[in-house]
Design a protein around this ligand. Structure first.
Ligand code: GUN
Length: 294
């Protein structure tokens, strides 16, 4: 069994991006800029956005954190997005989800300029992804693909099971694993809350991506010996022994599943950090494209 080290892989991607950013600075060019929009004060969202901003700064990107009150109207948020769309210095825009209930998330996502949509959530980028065209791939599935590439995981002809059909992870992940080409060509089953016989479907899988947000859901009896396990879960569970009062748990019963697997991602230290690497790669590529650089 090998633990897939998201910290190490994402660090190596960040190092390369830092070198490229340093070359831009040395040649007198503007550096890439990411704008992150955070509405309200959801604890998990605060942590994710803070980490995205910190990594941006570490590699030399400019960041622009737009904090908005929980009570902002949908119209006001739209006006903010429009102004970021128009801002020539902003290469990438991300609106941290979830948004407060009174705001229609899709209306907001639809408004983000597809060329700046570094989360890859807009209808244009989703359509491009489905059609196999060049697109911004949502950061978590992109990060997982980078991880599969780093560990040279064979996916061609393999049976892959994705648990969870969210627009952010499960659905795009199923598309990427099934598309023709390197780290694709898998036979993919996309499972969700209405799936019957999930256990027996998982038992047949060579690769399992667990992205349903239920701590410890995937147990050893559901896993074939030698399977590759990707754990996307990052749920906060109360933990009195921690200063924060919580610990982060994945969707996989790591202790018991890891001994049966060939490769497995830990939580924390797995997919979470790869999501940041995916986002930064998208932002850098958006910068190149907007500036017509090779
Ligand atoms: N909420 C959970 N994951 C994500 C993500 O990857 N991007 C954004 N914008 N919001 C999220």
């Amino acid at each position: 069994m090998e633990i897939m080290n998201g910290k190490m892989v994402s660090q190596s991607i960040c190092e390369k991006l830092k070198e490229k950013t340093n070359s831009l600075i040395a040649s007198g060019k503007r550096v890439p800029q990411l704008a992150a929009v955070l509405v309200g004060s959801n604890g998990a969202s605060e942590t994710y956005v803070a980490s995205k901003i910190k990594h941006c700064e570490e590699i030399g990107f400019k960041s622009n954190m737009v904090r908005l009150d929980e009570t902002i109207s949908e119209q006001e948020l739209m006006t903010t997005i429009e102004s970021l769309n128009k801002n020539a210095e902003v290469d990438g825009i991300l609106v941290q989800l979830p948004l407060p209930k009174h705001i229609n998330e899709q209306n907001i996502i639809n408004l983000i300029d597809p060329e700046k949509d570094v989360d890859g959530f807009s209808p244009v980028n989703t359509g491009r992804l489905v059609l196999g065209m060049q697109s911004y791939i949502p950061a978590t599935p992109y990060g997982i693909m980078l991880m599969l590439e780093h560990y040279n995981i064979e996916t061609s002809g393999k049976k892959a099971v994705v648990i969870g059909r969210s627009n952010i992870v499960g659905r795009p992940m199923s598309i990427l694993l099934s598309q023709a080409g390197p780290f694709g060509d898998a036979t993919v089953t996309l499972c969700h809350s209405k799936t019957k016989n999930l256990s027996s479907i998982c038992q047949e899988a060579d690769i399992i991506v667990a992205a349903l947000g239920k701590p410890g859901f995937l147990t050893a009896d559901m896993v074939k010996p030698g399977a590759v396990i990707i754990d996307v879960g990052i749920t906060r569970v109360p933990d009195a022994s921690k200063k924060s009062g919580f610990s982060i748990k994945g969707d996989v019963d790591f202790d018991n599943v890891s001994v049966k697997s060939s490769f497995i991602t830990p939580v924390p230290g797995g997919v979470g950090l790869m999501t940041i690497a995916g986002l930064l790669m998208n932002t850098y590529n958006a910068y190149l494209k907007r500036n017509k650089l090779p």
